[in-house]
Design a protein around this ligand. Structure first.
Ligand SMILES: [Zn+2]
Length: 216
């Protein structure tokens, strides 16, 4: 395998809340691969997103992991409804009920859970002068779990309530990929989460199909 061993964390969806969703891989029909399977992995993820700047201590334990996984489940369900809806302006009535798997309306319970997570204050950023005089980003205090959850939940609320950003939500067309990303490309015709990963895999598969066809 190339750059995407299935255990690798991804930080290229365009938003931190979608990066959290990207910690589960695979199509919904397949057995998902959970990349966030230990407090150590959650620590790596928090540093990778920049939510916790390198050099800032953070004390992640199993309880933190449990709370992040709950938020991830809520986000997955809510984002699925917004993807199913496609671009819309917020004035047209939703057609399907919240119980439908292809519903375009998130459940009231999930919206409450998301809003509850967004209530806490996110970690306060702080600038610290480096020896050469440049300023380095750090946090004002060691962050607790609720503050970091709030940072992710607030990002999701901002994203999903912004019609422009919401219209850029895409799900990768890769055969074994379900990654949701923001398509900010010109023309909005991006098909893959990453041209180096899923785009390349698709090109290789197409080439192979063509080679097999040529042998017949
Ligand atoms: Zn993909």
């Amino acid at each position: 395998m190339t750059a995407t061993a299935s255990s690798e964390l991804r930080f290229d969806t365009g938003r931190v809340s979608l990066d959290l969703l990207a910690t589960v891989s695979g199509r919904l029909s397949e057995e998902p691969v959970d990349r966030l399977d230990s407090p150590r992995r959650l620590t790596q993820w928090l540093y990778g997103t920049g939510l916790v700047p390198s050099g800032t201590a953070v004390a992640v334990d199993a309880a933190w992991l449990g709370r992040f996984l709950v938020l991830r489940d809520v986000l997955r369900r809510v984002v699925a409804t917004q993807l199913a809806a496609g671009p819309r302006d917020g004035t047209s009535p939703a057609a399907l009920s919240a119980d439908d798997p292809l519903s375009t309306t998130p459940s009231a319970a999930d919206v409450s859970r998301l809003n509850a997570a967004a209530l806490a204050a996110p970690p306060a950023p702080s600038a610290r002068p480096a020896p050469d005089g440049t300023l380095v980003r750090t946090l004002a205090a060691q962050p607790d779990c609720g503050a970091l959850l709030a940072a992710v939940a607030r990002d999701a609320v901002e994203l999903l309530t912004d019609p422009v950003a919401r219209a850029q939500l895409r799900q990768c067309e890769g055969e074994s990929c379900s990654l949701v990303y923001l398509d900010a490309s010109r023309g909005r015709r991006r098909r893959w989460c990453s041209s180096e990963i899923c785009g390349n895999r698709e090109r290789v598969a197409r080439h192979r199909r063509r080679a097999v066809a040529a042998q017949d």
